[in-house]
Write a protein that binds this ligand. Structure first.
Ligand code: NAD
Length: 249
């Protein structure tokens, strides 16, 4: 489906799932604004899109900075007059492969600010313009770790569980508008985020996938594309599963 005219913000677009989602939406002629804190990598992704006949505007923002988030969203609205879609893929694992008594509270705080508080800042920044138009699609990428709790990953699991709670609560606040707010809960997709984790931790997660394989970026992008499309209109506050059968609820 050609979706020209729509404007989408994709956060975390320099790498992994965010990059794949931005590419997929740009391929539908959606005007994509890619946000990331990695300026050079984000610019390189935008160049690669051009080489493939696609386009992505870029904004270098650390999304834990509320003023910077507000300024970036205001700039998008000034330039485009609307925001139809927010896909938030910014996330970090923090230190993994450790037990709860070993968790550094400062590391927990850093993971919390990126995985959960930034999601609030981004949601609050896009909502007013969506409410004015009575339309919006907000999707935060959570994790199966937030639904089940992964051993060795307390900060990650707790903040992703919080993110799912944020989505469930915010969705009901706006359920009578045309705005949907959902989460995606993947198991393992081989990205830089996973590559940085101890192999034993990655094995723990992949061993629990009944399909006996990891997910692909193409699968993630396709699912995101559907969830933030106009057709996905009767589902809000939901954590969409993408776990190869690990979660059946
Ligand atoms: N890859 C997986 O197996 C998997 C599984 C479940 C959930 N997730 C979630 O999916 C999302 C994307 O993961 P990924 O695997 O593509 O990771 P990734 O590390 O490949 O990409 C994450 C992107 O987010 C950006 N980012 C991080 N903190 C930021 C900040 N403060 N401000 C701006 N940008 C920031 C990074 O620079 C990076 O480009 C994350 O929320 C992750 O927790 C991933």
């Amino acid at each position: 489906m050609n979706r020209s005219g729509e404007v989408a913000i994709v956060v975390g677009a320099a790498r992994g799932i965010g990059r794949a989602a931005a590419e997929r939406l740009a391929g539908r002629q959606v005007s994509v604004v890619g946000i990331d804190r990695l300026a050079d990598e984000l610019a390189a992704v935008a160049d690669a899109f051009v080489a493939a006949g696609r386009h992505m505007e870029t904004k270098t923002v650390d999304v834990t900075d509320g003023a910077a988030v507000a300024a970036a969203i205001a700039a998008v609205l000034a330039a485009h007059g609307r925001i139809d879609v927010l896909v938030n893929c910014a996330g970090v694992t923090g230190t993994t492969g450790i037990k709860t008594h070993e968790v550094d509270p400062d590391d927990f705080d850093r993971v919390y600010r990126i995985n959960l508080k930034a999601a609030l800042l981004l949601t609050q920044a896009v909502l007013p313009s969506m409410l004015a138009r009575n339309y919006g699609r907000i999707l935060h990428v959570a994790s199966i770790a937030g639904k089940e709790g992964n051993a060795g990953m307390l900060a990650y699991s707790a903040t992703k569980a919080g993110l799912i709670g944020l989505v469930k609560s915010a969705a009901k606040d706006y359920a009578e508008t045309g705005i949907t707010i959902n989460a995606l809960a993947p198991a393992v997709i081989r990205t830089d985020l996973v590559a940085a984790m101890p192999e034993q931790q990655v094995r723990y997660m992949t061993d629990r996938i009944p399909m006996k394989r990891t997910g692909t970026l193409a699968e993630a992008a396709a699912m995101i594309d559907w969830i933030v499309s106009p057709e996905c209109s009767f589902t809000t506050g939901f954590a969409f599963d993408m776990s190869g059968g690990r979660a059946t609820y």
